[in-house]
Write a protein that binds this ligand. Sequence first.
Ligand SMILES: Cc1ncc(C[n+]2csc(CCOP(=O)(O)OP(=O)(O)O)c2C)c(N)n1
Ligand SMILES: [Mg+2]
Length: 319
Amino acid sequence: MKRELLLEAYRQMRLIREFEDRIHINNAKGEVPGFIHLSAGQEASAVGICMHLTDDDYISSTHRGHGHSLAKGCDVIAMMDEIYAKKTGLCGGKGGSMHMADISKGMIGANGIVGGGVPLAAGAALKCKVLGNDRVSVAFFGDGALNEGATMETMNLAKVLNLPMIFAMEDNGYGEATPSTWAIGGNVLERAGGFGLSTHRINGHDFYEVYEAFGKIVEEVRSGRGPAFMHISVYRYYGHFEGDSSTYRPEGEADRIRNERDCLMLFRNHPVTGQILSAGELDQIDAEIIDLLDKAIEHAEGAPAPTEADLTTDVYVTY
Ligand SMILES: Cc1ncc(C[n+]2csc(CCOP(=O)(O)OP(=O)(O)O)c2C)c(N)n1
Ligand SMILES: [Mg+2]
């Protein structure tokens, strides 16, 4: 990886972390409307994948979609405005945290329906196939969503139609309060393999591992070799939703994983990073991101709310 790419990877991961941390703090102060799910801890998965995608490739996301949206290039200020339910938000302030979308960036939607984004991504993949281009579609979904019928139906359909699609399952250990080790019957990769997908197990704490593995996978999928499935191990630092007391997690688990496997820490300490980038350069990025988030929060706080007349716009879309 070139220096510029490494700096960009760190910048993206750091941006997502700061974005999530700020929302966590401001939500606790009662300043953030709506229902919030944060993905802090899972950054390397979103960034390691999206760095291989262009605006013409598609992703669908989940209720925990801030990181995916930022990694796919959605505007930071507009996203914060959206979360604050402002007219200047990415979706006019009508979607909020769980319904972030920007078609111009190939981000076809976060989704409050668990598993709902998976068939959506298959539709986008079908478009790529029909048009005969080399674009791909990635469905990000969780360990809980793996057990949804829609997800399994889509795995079958993706194989039957030979879609240019990647199933990126982010196993963060829990679906709400239920451990994924309890809820998933059998072996995940064998299940996906049974549908005929190529299968890959990936340590999602390690940016380099995600980036390298997905680079090979996406090349195969672009060349028409059919759909792929990734089981990506990650961990969410905050609760399932903001306000969750996380009593279902063993005490100290989140702190332990943060200390041992944090993706930003691993990136900074990696021998490759150490050889190519200096700590000072990364500190400089940290400072820039803090400034950017100061601006985003200030903008969101000062932005106007949607008006009554806005209620009747965006109801129907003409395709
Ligand atoms: C179809 C459906 N069933 C149940 C819910 C309630 N629900 C919201 S998030 C969630 C857990 C999802 O777990 P996972 O897919 O692992 O994603 P994570 O929250 O861990 O990112 C559930 C059950 C829902 N939103 N939609
Ligand atoms: Mg989960």
